[in-house]
Design a protein around this ligand. Structure first.
Ligand code: PEP
Ligand code: MN
Length: 337
């Protein structure tokens, strides 16, 4: 940490600050400038008590951290890309992975038709919400455990792995029993008790970015998963809230190189929530592949016009098949399979 003292501080007042720095386990290094004295406090900021409390001292002008606040998710901690194993597939490895399926599990017919179609087109993970985080309490809330059972049935029939959202700590064991990956949704991205509960199931966790979450906050939320002894974490960018109204959210593709630089964990892009418009999904997918994403999460529905949630952004089965064909040269150009 860097501690800047106010001008014209007496030696006695300076000594009090130095004493506090030592008491908190840091080694002070004094740099006397013409107008100000600056103290470099040497010590691991992630394991020592923070020195930010020093701002309460009248002789201190400012305190600045020099280390990043996240540790286990950082690339420093794990220089190579980490991979998440799901059934016999690796996410974050050489193979570019596609997770696809309806926003919500609505019926057996709807889910199985989608699952077979996306498997045939090359997806390896089936998505589908059984517990839905809806903005209004009057909108379709999902089929709950019945939806989870349908996902398990679809996995058995198609061999696809299953990703579904965990909405409540109370459901952690139930959802983990049926799912291969637990999705933590944008609205719960900083629900730390939920993140801990998800981590403790031992299942891989895909953490969406919150609607107004800074990248540092997202990385720190991910840190909760790794700090709770679950190394199988992936981040998912799904768009942030901005002033723009052409799209539902602003899909922040710059997070791909940022997450790749800061973290070893895989990054997944969700262009469906990201754009909120089916007609933009293909272009956003191509951009995501080209920019180095590890996987996509795409909403697909046999009849989007009749979907019980997110109808405007879901691809048809045929639209998804075409997308997978169109993505091939982009995947190859990005050096992936
Ligand atoms: C979803 O994937 O359908 C969903 C609700 O996602 P998000 O949490 O990103 O809004
Ligand atoms: Mn959705």
């Amino acid at each position: 940490m860097i501690i800047v003292l106010r001008p014209k501080i007496s030696k006695k007042d300076e000594a009090l600050v130095l004493k506090e720095i030592r008491r908190l386990g840091y080694k002070p290094h004094i740099m006397r400038g013409v107008a100000r004295t600056v103290i470099g406090a040497i010590g691991d900021e992630r394991t020592h008590h923070t020195l930010e409390t020093l701002t309460a001292f009248p002789q201190v002008e400012s305190v600045m951290p020099v280390q990043k606040r996240f540790k286990l998710v950082s690339r420093e901690a794990h220089p190579h890309n980490s991979t998440v194993k799901v059934q016999d597939q690796l996410i974050g490895g050489q193979k570019f992975q596609v997770m696809a399926g309806p926003c919500s599990v609505e019926s057996e017919k709807q889910l199985l038709a989608t699952a077979h179609a996306v498997a045939e087109a090359g997806a390896t993970v089936l998505r589908g919400g059984a517990f839905k985080p809806r903005t209004s309490p009057y909108e379709f809330q999902g089929l709950g455990e019945k939806g989870l059972k349908l996902l398990a049935k679809a996995r058995k029939e198609t061999g696809l792995a299953v990703i579904t959202e965990l909405l409540s700590e109370n459901h952690a064991d139930m959802v983990a029993e049926y799912a291969d990956i637990l999705q933590i949704g944008a609205r719960n991205a900083q629900n730390f008790q939920l993140l801990i509960a998800a981590a403790k199931t031992g299942k891989p966790v895909m953490l969406k970015r919150g609607l107004s979450m800074k990248v540092e906050e997202w990385l720190l939320a991910g840190e909760y998963v790794l700090a709770n002894e679950n190394p199988n974490l992936m981040f998912c960018e799904r768009g942030i809230r901005t002033f723009e109204t052409y799209t539902r959210n602003t899909l922040d593709l710059s997070t791909i190189p940022i997450i790749k630089k800061e973290s070893h964990c895989p990054i997944v892009i969700d262009p469906s929530q990201g754009a909120g418009r089916a007609d933009l999904v293909v272009a956003m997918c191509k951009g995501a592949v080209a920019m180095g994403a590890d996987a996509l999460l795409i909403e697909v529905h046999p009849n989007p016009a009749e979907a019980l949630s997110d109808g405007a952004q879901q691809l048809t089965l045929e639209g998804f098949r075409k997308l997978m064909v169109e993505l091939k040269p982009f995947i190859a150009a990005a050096g992936r399979e």
